[in-house]
Design a protein around this ligand. Sequence first.
Ligand SMILES: C[S@@+](CC[C@H](N)C(=O)[O-])C[C@H]1O[C@@H](n2cnc3c(N)ncnc32)[C@H](O)[C@@H]1O
Length: 451
Amino acid sequence: MKGHVPTPDEVADHIVAKLFDGQKPEQGDRILYPGLGTGPFVAAVERYCEANDYPIPDGVGIDSDPELIAQARDNHTDRNVEVVERDFLDDVSDLGEFQFIVSNPPYVPIEGLDEDEKQRYKETFDTAVGRFDLYILFFEQSLDLLDDNGRLSFITPEKFEYVDTGAPLRRILTNHHIEEIEHVAEDTFSGLVTYPTITTLSNSEAEETRVVHRDGSTETVTLPGDGESWASTVRAGEIELDETGVTLGDVTVRVSCGLATGADSLFVMEEDEVPPQLEEWAWKTTSGRQLSTNDGPESGTRVICPYRKNGNLIPEDELGDLGDWLELNEERLRDRSCVEKGKVWYSWHENPPMQDVLQPKIVCPDIIEEPKFWLETEGDVIPRHSVYYIIPEDSVDLHELHDYLNTPEVQEWIEQHAQKAHNDYYRMQSRVLKKLPVPKDWGETVQQTLV
Ligand SMILES: C[S@@+](CC[C@H](N)C(=O)[O-])C[C@H]1O[C@@H](n2cnc3c(N)ncnc32)[C@H](O)[C@@H]1O
């Protein structure tokens, strides 16, 4: 069951009230429930219409999960809804148009999709770019089914407002009148931090948008219509990371660039190409590009490392089989700038701080489209030069730090502070990362531990 996060009744009631605010349902109107689940919105629509003495619109509820569909059928036998088991991201043009569409669509990032699905979505949806998420596609598909006088309310993560991947969706959305964006409480879906937001729009010319912030304050804004990030417009005063007086540099042992061998094409090889006699010196490794492509530090490649675990270069007369292999490549290894500058001919560009490197850590590519951090929990991957690695002080929990680094607040902070590389990618630099504000209590724990 992909991305099933049920909507609590009070949240469904709140969203349905927004949907009908300004346009009460009339006899014969149709309402679509994409990603129906067990049907909390069907019940909320019924409650709303009964309380206000409005006719209940004719409903169509779509979900691809047979079990949820069965439960929805049980729950809504007496209600005005046709419950359909179907993939909403297939061609659904036969469904016709709807005056109302309401949904809590699935939140399934690209990593949760198989290759066929990714390919199919990329061919079908304008919004399936970069690291897209199913809720983005649900938006696009639904807007295609919205009647000229229709209204739509969706609760989704707010990320589409500012990530690069959200640009095509932002362009499509701003072709409509986005009436309101309401940032609702972070704990709306208990236990899940998604920074939820309710978007309510009508299918008419773009006009101003009311923004409701998490602190309850409101303002009226004009959203950029060209796909640019809405962060500064809709999250002004909200997304700022507070200066806590404690930075990432204060609570980490290292925020460093990975290792440069000076001859990756020699030292780095596919796992199954490592000669058996070199296995004891072959460490797992990843480059920045591999990190993004593999969505994690497992790359299937190895780096042959002439250093001991304590970081000392193995003396030439103790190299054994490794020495024989290095000698075969001696001419090439000597032809490196680091050797010209006085380094031993088989050393790497710089001496690796192996004791730090071979620890559980957090890694990120040096250049990336959207800031993202991965965990390397085994402590056995040597990050290469195009990777940054972060090792927290003992008192700071690695997983907690990893979760924190992947919050929209941190992502936004990095986007505001990092240099831009080619293609508008962001350049991660330890100088910048070390200045990132982190929760104050982490600094206090580090202090206590140091005392
Ligand atoms: C976040 S849940 C919301 C469920 C329900 N609307 C609610 O508010 O409780 C998203 C729903 O979308 C369904 N879903 C996921 N992918 C789908 C697809 N391709 N087509 C139709 N439904 C899908 C899931 O089975 C799940 O029930």
